[in-house]
Design a protein around this ligand. Sequence first.
Ligand code: CA
Length: 223
Amino acid sequence: MKVLLVEDDAAIAQSVTASLTNAGMTVHHSATGTEAIVAAKEFVPEVILMDLGLPDMDGLDVSKSIREFSSTPIIIVSARGDELDRVLGLELGADDYVVKPFSQRELLARIKAVTRRGHDAVPPEPTHGSVRVLIDERTHSATLDGEEVVLTAKEFDLLSFLSSEPGVVFRRNDILEHVWDTNWYGTTKTLDAHIASIRKKLGSPDWIQAVRGVGFKFVEVPK
Ligand code: CA
């Protein structure tokens, strides 16, 4: 997690940096509004902690400038209640606020809350596979050239596992352990049967190639 800390008070900046770093975050510190705007562009933070009283600019104006090119969550850090009124009244697009003095635990909780919201807005890439075969883990579906391939649950798990890294050879035991939760030798026939069925459904045996004595690999088949 990359955090941009905008704070002109050196003592506060030092203690916040220490506790966020302790929590596994990477902190970039800017002591002025001008620096913060540059850092928001170049450091590309995942969350911004914004002090309101800065030597060169008002933190609200800094936030507005950053909002023009970035949707990174901004947490306003305020020393006084009357500043908070301004924050809330202006509705400038800050995502949350904390009042000084704040506990490190509270700050971490706020950061987690706003970044979770941010991630919800942009869901992670749900698909993997190759150019022609796409696997969507969320809907548990597979497509070949945009057409759905109807697979059983185990066939799906197997194809999803193999196509997670096209060209990489997976060992039989690793496949069995991952897809069937077992490496009992009897299941190896089951594996072969499932491979055969997937090949048939994908219209070519070349999609899943056997590597003698090792296992199987998923390979993109040209159209
Ligand atoms: Ca200040």
